[in-house]
Design a protein around this ligand. Structure first.
Ligand SMILES: CC(C)[C@H](C(=O)O)[C@@H](O)C(=O)O
Ligand code: SF4
Length: 468
């Protein structure tokens, strides 16, 4: 009898092309996603060596970080560096014959939204991209993680990656979630519990009833932030929810190939008795709607709490908290729900999918953004945008006073014109609240789409249950 394996073990074993004595492996890569920021030097390396892309049919490129989200996608570009990156991707995609969604294609969007949407991301695959939030694709039961630019070149040239295996970690969310609690609250609560280094050296498998109950989009939100918890990747075993989502997508297998794929996908779960090196268990009913108060994703608290004091922490965290609070302009003891905001950003690869926009629109419907607050809704892809328009969500947002934008990374990070002004405070559905992340000296509070929508209406951080 073979030893019981985890889901991660199974996908890993299925992709090892060669194993060296010290355990270093050459892994076969099924999908290589590419964006404009981390790929120019990689393509340049190939060009200089006179090498082609080894598997152009498995390589998918889309510009997302630098592209303006106003309708003027050409003139609005932030600076020369941004323009060069986008133009380089255009040229490289053509020269090397890879799959490409240029900025004027309705399928363009954030790479981690486009991959699943187009059916490139499938269970059991290895998926890489020169981008840390590649973890998102783990929601399908794919081993998906970010790589550096030299690795991008290696994968382009060989369709393989040199890797050492990580350890297995299990994060179980048991039972049901309470009203107002979403996938974003789960993933933030997990990081609150484990810290941003808790997953270092591990691949996390998320499981438990609360995870099973999530839609594919919710599962993507959870896995998206595995990297913020320090993990190499996050995974969720595929099930009927996964298969139903994948079926019929443009690049999903069809006919007999679909049946064959399905047979394999159904074997992708952690065997009974398989051992994890680390286990974290959280009760779903203990998770509240949360917001971040500091400049690290682990600085997270239920919205019903107050701003903490540095003395509430231990060791090195005391100084970090002091610095965070100063940067964020927050006074300890202030109820979080009394912190006024200036801006709201709904979008990103964490929460820029159609269900996220539906959840936000549900709260916003028939109401107006608070005076003095500016709000922006940025769909994760052109197709999400079209769907939202068809469903009347765009109208709800616009009637409320939100700007309705084109697809891209937008204000998730300050690489394009969508930015915070210094000291501006933003309720954001993105995944990083680092200093200056959304603009020089800008202040970011991470939360779910429903919570961000609620904040837009009241003009302060708000418990979504107040407005539900
Ligand atoms: C620009 C890119 C390399 C970066 C990443 O790796 O994640 C970005 O997407 C981010 O979210 O910070
Ligand atoms: S949306 Fe944000 S987190 Fe996602 S890829 Fe773009 S910049 Fe990175």
């Amino acid at each position: 009898m073979t030893a019981p394996k985890t889901l991660y073990d199974k996908i890993w074993d299925a992709h090892v092309a060669h194993e060296a004595e010290d355990g270093t492996c050459l892994l076969y890569i099924d999908r290589h996603l590419v964006h404009e920021v981390t790929s120019p030097q990689a393509f340049e390396g190939l060009r200089m060596a006179g090498r082609p892309v080894r598997a152009p049919e498995k390589t998918i490129a889309v510009p997302d970080h630098n592209v303006p989200t106003t309708t003027d996608r050409e003139q609005g570009i932030k600076n020369e560096e941004s323009r060069i990156q986008v133009e380089a991707l255009d040229k490289n995609a053509k020269d090397f014959g890879i799959n490409y969604y240029p900025v004027d294609d309705i399928r363009q969007g954030i790479v981690h939204i486009v991959g699943p949407e187009q059916g490139w991301t499938l269970p059991g695959m290895t998926v890489v991209c020169g981008d840390s939030h590649t973890a998102t694709h783990g929601a399908f039961g794919a081993l998906a993680h970010g790589i550096g630019t030299s690795e991008v070149e290696h994968v382009l040239a060989t369709q393989t990656l040199i890797q050492k295996k990580s350890r297995n970690m299990k994060v179980e969310i048991t039972g049901k979630l309470r009203p107002g609690v979403t996938a974003k609250d789960i993933t933030l609560a997990v990081i609150g519990e484990t810290g941003t280094a808790g997953g270092t050296g591990y691949v996390i498998e998320y499981c438990g009833e609360a995870i099973r109950d999530l839609s594919m989009e919710g599962r993507m939100t959870v896995c998206n932030m595995a990297i913020e918890g320090g993990a190499r990747a996050g995974l969720i075993a595929p099930d009927e929810t996964t298969f139903e989502y994948v079926k019929g997508r443009p690049h999903a297998p069809k006919g007999a190939q679909w049946e064959a794929a399905l047979n394999w996908w159904k074997t992708l779960y952690t065997d009974e008795g398989a051992e994890f090196d680390k286990v974290v268990t959280i009760r779903g009913e203990d998770i509240a709607p949360v917001v971040t108060w500091g400049t690290s994703p682990e600085d997270v608290l239920p919205i019903t709490d107050t701003v903490p004091a540095p003395e509430d922490f231990e060791g090195g965290k005391v100084d970090a908290a002091r610095r965070s609070l100063e940067y964020m302009g927050l006074t300890p003891g202030t109820p979080l729900s009394e912190v006024p905001i200036d801006a709201v950003f709904i979008g990103s690869c964490t929460n820029g999918r159609i269900e996220d926009l539906r959840a936000a629109a549900e709260i916003v419907k028939g109401k107006k953004i608070a005076q003095g607050v500016r709000g922006m809704v940025v769909p994760g892809s052109g197709l999400v945008r079209a769907q939202a328009e068809e469903e009347g969500l765009a109208e709800i947002f616009e009637d409320a006073g939100f700007e309705w934008r084109m697809a891209g990374c937008s204000m998730c990070l300050a690489m394009n014109p969508d930015q915070l002004a210094p000291q501006e405070r933003c309720a954001s559905t993105s995944n990083r609240n680092f200093e200056g992340r959304q603009g020089f000296k800008g202040r970011t509070h991470l939360m779910s789409p429903a919570m961000a929508a609620a904040a837009a209406i009241t003009g302060r951080l708000t418990d979504v249950r107040e407005v539900m």
